[in-house]
Design a binder for this molecule. Structure first.
Ligand SMILES: C[S@@+](CC[C@H](N)C(=O)[O-])C[C@H]1O[C@@H](n2cnc3c(N)ncnc32)[C@H](O)[C@@H]1O
Length: 172
């Protein structure tokens, strides 16, 4: 009986993680030590920022952002990771997590910075999404991309395997 329950629970967890990997990057967390460096050296995060993590996983980036005094929003598709993150930030009113597909979500109008640890194959779509959101919001968005560069755009700064872009609103 216990084995049956464990087997089914394992299958559900596998399907959830494999399923989200089909829509975007699989869950691989960023490293906290590196986040501390990039939020100082690549993009100086402060209490005036609202950082949105596209695919927020277990909330590691949200936690680092909050420790720097920023407000943070995670958009994550995997319900188990969303639940983990929500539990992690109980009592922290400056951090929120939503269960959504980030390709189909609008960013809050106060967003200043966007973090993404995506998948190489999605970078063009992510660039388009962030550009659309900058146009909608009407102010520049700083995009921090871990591991992958945006196609056809030059980063304004690079630190380790992190690239910083300034996405200005356009009239298109
Ligand atoms: C490489 S992990 C990065 C996690 C976290 N941002 C970090 O750096 O620690 C990518 C995350 O994006 C999530 N994800 C993939 N596609 C997504 C989508 N379309 N909408 C929301 N989340 C997505 C995955 O479930 C996974 O947790």
């Amino acid at each position: 009986m216990v084995w049956e329950v464990l087997k089914w629970a394992g299958l559900v967890v596998f399907i959830l993680f494999a399923g989200t990997a089909l829509t975007g990057a699989p869950f691989v967390p960023s490293r906290r030590r590196e986040l501390d460096i990039i939020f100082k050296k690549l993009y100086k995060l402060s209490k005036n920022d609202l950082l949105v993590d596209l695919g927020s996983g277990d909330g590691k980036v949200l936690k680092a952002a909050s420790d720097f005094g920023a407000r943070a929003l995670g958009i994550e598709l995997n319900p188990l990771l969303v639940l983990f993150s929500k539990i992690r930030f109980i009592g922290n009113t400056r951090v929120h997590t939503k269960m959504r597909d980030f390709f189909h979500s609008d960013l809050p109008s106060k967003t200043t910075a966007v973090y993404v640890f995506g998948d190489g194959r999605d970078m063009k779509r992510i660039a388009k999404k962030v550009q659309e959101q900058a146009n909608k919001i009407g102010h520049p968005l700083y995009l921090i991309s871990h591991a992958f560069e945006l196609p056809d755009q030059k980063s304004i700064k690079k630190c380790r395997a992190y690239y910083l872009y300034k996405i200005n609103p356009t009239n298109e």
